[in-house]
Design a binder for this molecule. Sequence first.
Ligand SMILES: Cc1cc2nc3c(=O)[nH]c(=O)nc-3n(C[C@H](O)[C@H](O)[C@H](O)COP(=O)(O)O)c2cc1C
Length: 179
Amino acid sequence: MRLVLMGGSLRSASLNAKLLGYLARTLEARGHEVSTFSGEALRLPLYEDAEAPAAAVQALHAALAKTQGLLIVSPEYNAGIPGHLKNAVDWLSTMKPSPWAGLPVLLCAASPGAFGGARGLMAWRATLANMGALALPETITVPHADQQLDEEGAPTDARTAAAVPRTLDAFLALVARLR
Ligand SMILES: Cc1cc2nc3c(=O)[nH]c(=O)nc-3n(C[C@H](O)[C@H](O)[C@H](O)COP(=O)(O)O)c2cc1C
């Protein structure tokens, strides 16, 4: 399947970028065609009513327009969506055709905190619902991610590690069903 992964932060040591890389490699190893937009690739100009969106915005739009599913790997900032990712979503919501309508989305997060970024994902749900995207009920969250991601970005806690393939399978089943 064709899949896009989008997320991480603009920090060079982003835990979410690390998790995103691990998920991308896992999906590639399963034979999926994966495109990633992580960290600096999402340093986009702030939304304005420009005549034409920047090339980086157009590249993201083109990838989402042809993808069959999207994984968002998002930090939680003050129980919400970090500004650079919300800005990316806002740009995309102004572009035609809408890449969001009917798009299956798997929400993922990593945080040093005990909730693993789960509150931020609730904010994502409201935004995605507004655009007609279909967020899977299950999520991948990594609590204490500063201690519980290995060098490759794989979760080291046994319960979290076991949940990752299960949740990816549930997401891929949704994508296959909507295809
Ligand atoms: C402005 C700001 C707000 C934050 N708010 C939260 C929060 O509400 N919940 C949480 O779990 N972590 C919060 N954090 C901590 C982030 O989860 C932590 O910095 C994490 O490493 C960010 O993701 P990254 O490693 O991918 O950059 C916040 C961090 C910043 C800079």
